[in-house]
Design a protein around this ligand. Sequence first.
Ligand code: ADP
Length: 162
Amino acid sequence: MRTILYPGTFDPVTKGHMDLVERGCRLFDRVIVGVAAAHHKETPLFTVDERVEMASIAASEMDQVEVRPFDGLLVDFAREVGAAAILRGLRAISDYEFETQMAFMNRKLAPELEILFLPADERYTYVSSAIIKEIARLGGDIARFVPPVVIERLGEKLGRNG
Ligand code: ADP
């Protein structure tokens, strides 16, 4: 049983994230979506439980996928779930610098773990959780970019009906 861990903040989960999860399923037997409690830069809009719930609903028809929260060191969580590799998505060159820095550091901490970068689907290269929150705040239509549950939850969070 080959497991890959897909870690992130998922604040909230987008169709770009879900596209990566699907790609992970084609390559591995099991994909663990690891929802990090804290973000490396900013305070998340949704609590970790809310983020786990949205991602779980989005992945509810995917048998190979399990969504779990974590805090602490990524490599510790990867070992705990028995992951052979870590999955990260690349949208633009701007992702590359941070991602490679993290990858080299994680490789030093856990040399047995492979780090797999997959390019984003063309339809979602410009989709980020941050931009989705911004569009939703300004009243724009996000339906093309996020699973239905996120439209609903963002509406509630921002004091709208959906
Ligand atoms: P983090 O704060 O760890 O970057 P994110 O939830 O923003 O967490 O992203 C998690 C992972 O998903 C990252 O590897 C990121 O590059 C990737 N990702 C984010 N948006 C997309 C997208 N639209 N298409 C493909 N991968 C994406």
